[in-house]
Design a protein around this ligand. Structure first.
Ligand code: FE2
Length: 167
């Protein structure tokens, strides 16, 4: 029975995989924005984060395949607008993206439990734990960035330290 999966949960997992890939693209665009402005530390952090989000998406597709479910496709999600005014706006956007992702994962866990699909529930627990790390990391960077933004020019110094921050 572990392989059994309802259409509703399957669609939820496919949507979540696509959301992770879309978040991966968003972090890549953030990385390029930092790269263009000679802020290599922040660019590197966002690029690594982009790789991680891609891995999160692929892990869900692997899980779907393992359960022999059909219909998993990579979808383009909406028309994303990638333009940022300053580093603060990027980190605010990143935090918002992580918070929305956490809500989506929790919703999926709730649905899985309602259906008695404990296989999906267990699979998603890794994502629940990971979201706590991601929200904490981005929030920490945002708080730091807010403080340095108050002093003109200081972001460059902060940028050189950012690669040591966890993901
Ligand atoms: Fe993720």
């Amino acid at each position: 029975m572990a392989m059994r999966i309802s259409n509703k949960i399957l669609n939820g997992l496919i949507q979540q995989a696509n959301r992770e890939l879309s978040n991966s693209n968003a972090y890549l665009s953030m990385s390029l924005w930092f790269q263009d402005r000679e802020l290599p530390g922040s660019a590197q952090w966002c690029k690594t984060q982009s790789d991680e989000e891609r891995m999160h998406g692929l892990k869900i597709f692997d899980h779907i395949v393992k359960r022999r479910a059909k219909g998993a496709l990579v979808h383009a999600i909406g028309q994303q607008k990638f333009s940022y005014d300053d580093p603060l706006q990027i980190w605010e956007k990143a935090l918002e993206q992580e918070q929305l992702n956490s809500v989506a994962i929790m919703d999926l866990v709730r649905q899985a439990r309602e259906e008695g699909d404990y296989t999906t529930d267990t699979f998603l627990q890794w994502y629940v734990a990971e979201q706590l790390n991601e929200e904490t990391s981005v929030k920490d960077i945002l708080e730091n960035a807010k403080r340095v933004a108050a002093t003109t020019g200081l972001y460059v110094t902060f940028d050189s330290q950012i690669t040591r921050k966890p993901h």
